[in-house]
Design a protein. Sequence first.
Length: 139
Amino acid sequence: MRRLILLVALFGFVLAACGGNSSNLDETSWDFFAYDIGDEVVDKLEGTSPTVAFEGDVVSGFDGCNDFTGSYEISSGNMIVIGPLASTQKACEGDVLAQADVILSIISDAFLFEKTTDSELFIRTENARFVGYAEHHDE
């Protein structure tokens, strides 16, 4: 499963770099499912519910430990700049804090985004690290 996610992510990176999908993110919200730190894809920690949402020029979300908010700007199709970001500073432990740090780091270094036909969002850095989100649906 992780290899499939990585292959989809790499394919999406190539498409995004070629101007594949220029969809707007305004008024969308997403639920985190995985991140890539360069040598492996890591699934969301059980019991955590990180999110990200876009409204106007504001991005906000929850990294699994802290809430964050800031600005974002899309240019040249799928190029995105996020931040600066402000974040709450709750104390979380171990793996939860590690996951939150990676999510916030990747979002802060965002370079490209891709919305897939499978209702997924990948936010990528210039060095191909990514966070993956599935479109949020109210229950």
